[in-house]
Ligand binder design. Structure first.
Ligand code: FHN
Length: 688
């Protein structure tokens, strides 16, 4: 039993619980309409750039455990350190070089507008003085409320103070599920009691430290958390601080590492892509990419693989060009300092932001499609629009082309030399800017272009279809965000001209074809030509089988994997049958477990089929021995698609799945291309 129990199990905390009950009052859902959310999000949408800090007891081992130096903030789990052993770090946490002002000044100088720090990570240790737990910073030799010092420094430097807080808690005796490798009993654990403890600490964080910008929840993916806890927690935050912003990890259905909620009923103000940047902007969706500077969130002393400053600047620009925020992480040392590599990068980013920050702050996503030379952000300015052209690749001929724009050009200049005017001329539907020979900043140089009025973007049509392979005729449509333009297309591979077919309704392709499309304004081509090729294929033949029984064969394996193993080389624990591709009811374990499903799937007709394999952790789908979906790896619940042409009849199917720790999930959906995907009915599965 952990020597550090939360005070929840004794009388002290009942005072806080009573207080909480009083402040939660009528605990109905906190209605946040669009106007309220826009009001709360205003500073956030302007800010665009923040500092993430992962700091806690895990900084003491600094990624190393028994000669393995590949750990970080997950070290308690990845090194399977029992609670009692991990608690030893409490007596060693003494970051005597911690200087809140120095941290905030570095963030400020980097151009960052908010700081999100781990008030408690998954290991359960509180970096703040918590009344509901004695597993906190006041029990360490340091005995200072780090969060209070940081909050005060943020106020001094006009920086938003924000809390990361983990729902998952590997220390609290009432948190479930236990780690699969733990010997600590779950006997007597009461998850609802844990939730009250969690709410108690959130109440402290939003009561004792002044105005807080964001509650950044995390660790919401395990099976014990649900919308029934997430929504009330979101409501509690807004009841305590009506101006606070809450990310979407307060609730479930965040869509894995892509971080965009898959259910619009889920609580949370913005999406949280992690270690990735969406391929395009997400109109109408607020989102923030969080990213490490190296490979770890928490400090790893042996780490040398840091992203370059150029990479980090270009990621900031890419994210802003898509309308997102960038939350860039630093993992401080056990002494309380930033790693030198992080210090250097923050300073270099700050030097770039000093010159170019206006092209990031308060801008909105580019209305253009991709441009080959860089990224674009935009800022409406009354009767004109300002475009910030972020140039990564300086044109060797000095001509920077902005394609497909109908506006009359105004002034243009370099942010690095506001005195020098850049000549702009119209060439057909494009604007050509004549740039000076030398690129002012090799990482990214910014050209400002002002145009009259709102943007008139001649976007090339997007050619849309359910698949690019076909067995049966397939419907093709053309879409464009531009208004007042005609889309014309060809099916013979030639570039569309003013006489080409005018697009009015979706059309059908029934043979191998290259579709080309282009936008026209009053008969003049005003966009690039887009194209998409379609290939007619033969469906994979069905197999001749007979004497089949209902359901699939399921084999169970046990192991500690980060990727799907070769189950043929594993010791099979058991074998049986199951109705469909789903996790067994009441399995004997949900962690360190793998299943292989095998049998046949009955395909109703010759067609192209799109399968969606959803899993937490990794999974793989094979049809007739060919990989159709590879959703392998350690991740939250996420779905990946695969397309395959199949003839009517029986086809061999194998699904492989594993879960390491935490949440577990498995589902298989499918549909003929163009139709709505649905779970594969059990009646479609057969086995020998
Ligand atoms: O498990 C955590 C991880 O340690 C880190 O805190 C990241 C940052 O967003 N969030 C979780 C992984 O998705």
């Amino acid at each position: 039993m952990s020597r550090f129990r939360t005070l929840f199990s004794c009388g002290m905390v009942s005072i806080l619980v009573l207080t909480m009950a009083a402040c939660s009052g009528g605990a109905g859902r906190f209605e946040t309409d669009k106007d309220d959310k826009d009001r709360r999000m205003e500073w956030w949408r302007e800010a665009r750039f923040g500092l993430f800090i992962h700091w806690g007891l895990y900084s003491i081992p600094a990624g190393e455990w028994k000669d393995d130096t590949h750990h970080a903030e997950w070290i308690m789990t990845t090194a399977q350190i029992p609670v009692e052993e991990y608690e030893q770090f409490l007596g060693e946490f003494n970051p005597v070089e911690f200087d809140a002002d120095a941290w905030v000044r570095m963030a400020k100088a980097a151009g960052m507008k908010y700081i999100v720090i781990t008030s408690k990570h998954h290991d359960g240790f509180a970096l703040f003085d918590s009344e509901v737990s004695d597993y906190d910073v006041m029990e360490t030799p340091f005995k200072r409320d780090i969060m209070a010092e940081l909050a005060e420094a943020c106020r001094r430097h006009d920086m938003k103070m924000c809390w990361y807080h983990s729902i998952m808690d590997w220390h609290h005796p009432d948190y479930l599920p236990r780690r699969g490798w733990e010997t600590r009993s779950a006997e007597g654990a009461d998850f609802d009691r844990y939730v009250e403890y969690l709410r108690g600490q959130v109440t402290e964080l939003l009561t004792n430290y002044g105005d807080i910008g964001i509650m950044w929840f995390d660790g919401e993916w395990e099976s014990t958390w649900s919308h029934d806890y997430g929504q009330p927690l979101f409501d509690l935050c807004l009841e305590l601080q009506p101006d606070v912003i809450v990310n979407n990890r307060v609730d479930v259905n965040r869509g894995g590492m892509e971080g965009i909620s898959t259910d619009d009923r889920s609580a949370g103000d913005y999406g949280t892509p992690e270690q990735q940047i969406p391929a395009t902007g997400l109109p109408g969706v607020d989102w923030e990419t969080c990213m490490t500077m190296n490979r770890y969130w928490g400090y790893n002393r042996a780490e040398t693989q840091y992203k370059s400053t150029r990479e980090l600047i270009r990621m900031l620009v890419d994210i802003a060009s898509k309308g997102g925020n960038y939350l860039l992480n630093v993992g401080p040392t056990p002494e309380g300092t930033f790693p030198q590599e992080s210090i250097e990068r923050l300073a270099e980013i700050g030097a770039w932001m000093d010159v170019n920050g206006e092209s990031i702050y308060g801008t909105t996503a580019s209305p253009f499609g991709a441009v080959p030379w860089g990224r674009i952000t935009m800022e409406p300015q009354g009767r004109k629009t300002r475009f910030y052209l972020h140039v990564f690749d300086w044109p060797t001929d000095g001509q920077l082309i902005l394609p497909g724009i109908g506006n009359r050009p105004g002034r243009a200049w370099l942010l690095s030399d506001r005195g020098e005017r850049i000549p702009v001329e119209r060439v057909d539907s494009d604007l050509h800017l004549s740039l000076p020979a030398g690129m002012p900043d090799e990482d990214c140089s910014v050209v400002v272009l002002e145009v009259k009025g709102e943007p008139i973007v001649y976007e090339a049509p997007t050619i849309e279809a359910a698949a690019t392979i076909l067995v049966n005729p397939i419907s093709v449509s053309l879409t464009s965000r531009s208004t007042g333009l005609e889309s014309r297309y060809t099916l013979d591979g030639s570039d569309p001209d003013a006489r080409s077919t005018l697009y009015e309704d979706p059309f059908t392709v029934s043979a191998s074809t290259t579709v080309k499309a282009r936008s026209f304004h009053e008969g003049v081509p005003v966009s690039a030509v887009t194209e998409k090729s379609f290939t007619r294929v033969e469906p994979a033949p069905a197999v001749e089988v007979s004497g089949l029984r209902d359901g699939l064969t399921i084999e169970e394996y046990h192991g500690n994997w980060d990727l799907l193993p070769d189950f043929d080389r594993q010791r099979r624990v058991s074998s049986g049958s199951i109705a469909d591709v789903s996790l067994p009811d009441a399995p004997d374990r949900v962690e360190y477990v793998g299943y292989r499903y095998s049998g046949y799937i009955g395909i109703p007709r010759d067609d192209i089929y799109i399968f969606t394999l959803v899993s937490d952790d990794g999974s793989r789908l094979l049809i007739d021995g060919n990989v159709v979906v590879d959703n392998d790896g350690l991740h939250g619940s996420q779905g990946l698609e695969g397309t395959v042409p199949l003839a009517a009849g029986a086809h061999e199917i194998v699904v492989e799945w594993f879960n390491k720790t935490g949440g577990a999930d498995l589902d298989l959906l499918f549909a003929p291309a163009g139709e709505r995907a649905a779970r594969v009915p059990a009646s479609f599965f057969k086995r020998r």
